[in-house]
Design a protein around this ligand. Structure first.
Ligand code: SF4
Length: 431
């Protein structure tokens, strides 16, 4: 049995239309989804009604594709550790509002549950919805604020990130486990169309969190990261978070912090999530002891990358160089790859990704869902025709076959996975 299409009444009520099967979208095309690429909506997922958009489905009787005119289209926000394989298929009306910065995965209804086109790409359970105990988080937050009363960064992480934005990384820090986030930069040298920490006033959408407003000192960073590295299971300290600009603009402070941290403990992984714009700064951080880098990108193609990132004083070649620098120091390199069905799996992107893996000896691809309005994105970067598509699932298989050494996932790995058996040593399976 195939999932039926979903629609909403515009008031938050969602219904299935048993005259239409749910289908998917890739690029600008609406198309049927292979039966093997539907999974039940994982816990922690959400459903969105899409104002000003009519869902496209496949007529149960005729097999023809047609609009559902009973209400607005519906899409799913799939939880971390899962990668979407198709976008929701719909037709957008002329005056429809731009959608906020979330992902819009195809969803349907079958056997009394919601089904989405996705794959679990990551074993690590660090951001499982079931793993967050609100009482323990509040207690951990209060304890950290008591222990570090004058630390602006702990105050930002606990009051804003943990208790307001409900950032999974900040909540794990409050629980004393796994990856500890360290934002540091109020500024950025890129102008991403879908920036989650800053949106220009002329845009109708808002950023999902506000950007940091101060520059932390190395002492503020060291004060709480050393105890975390010493005490937490599978510890990681990650510079570069969604609530800041570009951390490489603060490389001197980060270097000072890394040098000081390593005087206290060799434990854990020191990672930076970055746009990769300054390979010289990456070199200086590697010399200081940085263990891992994750470079974010919407594409392995220079033109598409620069059309989205709109970089100031750097170019695509710099992010490639940053990945190479980390590998030259024997460190771990990942790309934070924004997956957009129909674009990421285009022939041109596939060839560019193969070249990027070969040129940089890349260790890992974090197959992330692209949190952006699909029409808005493709319009802004000028994507009229995406050419032949492989299918995201097929793309993953081709990369896995040709580059078996390249790990797939969704999160930065702890040292235990980097140095140990990557498939085994993950966050222990328990919360
Ligand atoms: S690199 Fe990050 S902070 Fe800078 S514009 Fe892009 S999304 Fe925003």
């Amino acid at each position: 049995m195939r999932p039926y299409l979903l629609y909403s009444d515009g008031k938050g009520q969602i219904f299935e239309d048993q005259t239409l099967y749910a289908i998917g979208r890739a690029g600008w095309d609406a198309l049927p989804v292979p039966a093997t690429e539907w999974i039940p909506l994982p816990e922690g997922g959400n459903l969105y009604e899409l104002p000003g958009r009519r869902a496209i489905g496949e007529d149960v009787q005729t097999g023809a594709l047609r609009l559902c005119d009973k209400g607005w289209a519906v899409a799913a926000f799939i939880p971390p550790a899962h990668t979407g394989l198709f976008l929701a298929a719909y037709e957008t009306e002329a005056d429809a509002p731009t959608l906020p910065l979330f992902c819009y995965t195809a969803v349907g209804w079958k056997a009394d549950q919601y089904w989405v086109t996705a794959v679990r790409i990551e074993k690590d359970i660090r951001q499982e919805a079931a793993g967050y105990d609100e009482e323990k988080i509040e207690a951990g937050t209060a304890s950290l604020l008591r222990h570090y009363p004058d630390n602006r960064l702990v105050k930002h992480l606990m009051e804003n990130c943990c208790m307001t934005y409900h950032c999974p990384a900040a909540r794990n820090f409050a629980l004393g486990r796994w990856e500890c986030p360290v934002p540091s930069s109020p500024a950025c040298n890129a102008n991403c169309i879908g920036c989650i920490s800053f949106q220009p006033a002329e845009e109708s959408i808002v950023s999902t969190q506000d950007r940091l407003t101060f520059k932390p000192t190395a002492a503020e960073i060291v004060e709480f990261t050393v105890p975390h590295l010493v005490q937490a299971p599978f510890p990681i300290v990650s510079f570069g978070q969604g609530c800041e600009g570009e951390p490489l603009l603060m490389w001197e402070t980060i270097r000072e912090a890394i040098v000081e941290i390593r005087k206290h403990t060799p434990r854990g992984s020191l990672n930076i999530n970055t746009n990769g714009s300054k390979p010289d700064a990456v070199k200086a951080l590697c010399e200081a002891g940085l263990n891992s880098i994750r470079v974010s990108t919407n594409s392995a193609q220079k033109g598409l990358y620069e059309a989205y990132y709109r970089p100031n004083n750097y170019q695509f070649e710099d992010i490639v160089e940053s990945l190479k620098v980390m590998r030259s120091f024997g460190g771990w390199s990942s790309i934070n790859y924004f997956v957009f069905p129909g674009v990421t799996d285009s022939e041109a992107e596939y060839e560019a990704l193969r070249k990027l893996i070969q040129d940089t000896e890349l260790n890992m691809i974090q197959w992330r869902n692209f949190n952006i309005d699909p029409d808005w994105y493709m319009g802004k970067v000028g994507l009229q025709d995406t050419g032949d598509m492989l299918g995201v699932g097929q793309l993953m298989e081709l990369i896995r076959e040709e580059f078996p050494q390249v790990k797939f996932g969704y999160f930065n790995p702890p040292m235990e996975r980097i140095k140990g058996d990557f498939s085994a040593a993950f966050a222990g399976g328990q919360y």
